[in-house]
Design a protein around this ligand. Structure first.
Ligand code: SAH
Length: 371
């Protein structure tokens, strides 16, 4: 391994040093392919995480509320145009059962995620679900929403009903790619505007991108990291692009690769690690998409600097219909999956932050600085 690389990595571990990395250096680190070199990068990111937020991993029980979606994103299995999907929406009772399960397992937070809908019936339903979650937990559970683009009024209603974090991935910050991946009914500027609204309404704001999707370069990923930095983002949820064969992007990728699915696992870990070096104290999720590619994918995400996991609490009978990409892990009993995840985290020296929300340290600091 070159001593230049070792020096670069060693230097980036110091407080504030990630911010001094140039675009060229960020690109170089993202592009590492040699295993020994990558491991050095991950170790450095892990150290920064230990220093900034400790060794704990926070669990959020993921509740997939429904797969009806008004959008037609080229990569996504639940896009409006995919007629093969059986559409569903959970009832309040389903949400109650999932929340109780998260409480029983002593999770500090839940996430409500779904396809994008802006109709009043849906907005009011989410409001009711938030009220229910608040009642069930006596207000103790942290609540993240991941429900797409909405108006300021809707974000405000949901904030008042008890949500305090919001994850809205920008997917890519290269406008040309954005338009290619979302050719109809999507507006890049609106999505950025939504992130700004969420910040104004005092949510902890999360965003993220697809990693390794067709046409995307390392320079684009550097641009994404700079966007996270500029927007002063509190949380990051990002993962490798995975093929879904009933989508235009999936078809295109399979045709270009003689039917083989690409493997963006290492690139995704690099992106997590470099994000940790650059942004230091934000929450970073080790996503299900990593788990789809490797059985220990999420644990490896933690070792590369992530500190949040979103184990699935959705009712088992609907999991197969929330099929964003192929090989998404589905039919596993939540409690069994929980037990083995806690054990595998213990084996890598990470403990779970049970019973606490695990809010973004970055958010706490920026609020303090503003007051
Ligand atoms: N509609 C909500 C939630 C979307 S699903 C919203 O837009 O915020 C959550 C995430 O799954 C998306 O943001 C997207 O980044 C990811 N996703 C969708 N299709 C994917 C694919 N084929 N591979 C990897 N991730 C995918």
């Amino acid at each position: 391994m070159s001593s230049n690389l070792l020096q670069l990595i060693a230097r980036s571990v110091n407080p504030g040093a990630g911010k001094l990395l140039s675009d060229t250096e960020l690109e170089y680190l993202l592009g590492l392919t040699n295993e020994t070199e990558r491991n050095e990068l991950y170790k450095a990111a892990y150290q920064v995480k230990l220093r900034e937020i400790g060794s704990r991993v926070y669990f959020r029980g993921l509740i997939e509320v429904g797969n009806r979606c008004a959008k037609d994103c080229y990569y996504c299995g639940i896009r409006a145009g995919n007629r093969k999907v059986e559409r569903f929406q959970l009832s309040l009772e389903d949400i109650k059962v999932a929340t109780e399960e998260a409480l029983e397992l002593n999770y500090g937070s839940v996430v409500l995620q779904s396809g994008e809908r802006e109709d009043e019936a849906y907005v009011a339903f989410i409001e009711e679900a938030l009220t229910l979650i608040r009642e069930l937990s006596g207000g103790a559970l942290g609540v993240t929403l991941s429900l797409g683009e909405q108006t300021e009024e809707v974000y405000r209603r949901w904030r008042e009903a008890g949500a305090h974090r919001y994850l809205l991935r920008i997917e890519t910050t290269n406008p040309v790619l954005y338009h290619k991946w979302h050719p109809v009914g999507c507006d890049f500027e609106r999505r950025i505007g939504c992130l700004e609204l969420l910040r104004k309404l005092d949510y902890q704001v999360g965003t993220g991108v697809l990693i390794g999707a067709p046409g995307q370069t390392l320079k684009d990923l550097v641009g994404d990291l700079r966007f996270f930095e500029r927007q002063d983002i509190d949380m990051i949820g990002m993962g490798p692009y995975l093929v879904h064969r009933d989508t235009p992007m999936g078809q295109e990728v399979l045709e270009a690769n003689d039917g083989r699915e690409p493997d963006n696992f290492d690139l995704a870990l690099n992106m997590i690690a470099v994000a940790r070096l650059l942004l230091e104290d934000v929450n970073i999720a080790s996503t299900t998409a990593l788990h789809a590619l490797r059985s220990d994918g999420r644990e490896r995400g933690v070792l590369a600097g992530a500190n949040v996991m979103m184990p699935n609490m959705s009712p088992l009978n609907h999991r197969k219909d929330y099929h964003l990409y192929q090989n998404k892990p589905t039919a596993v009993d939540s409690t069994l999956a929980h037990t083995s995840l806690v054990e595998s985290l213990r084996q890598i020296g990470a403990e779970v932050g049970f019973g606490v929300r695990g809010d973004s340290c970055h958010y706490a600091k920026r609020r303090k600085n503003n007051s």
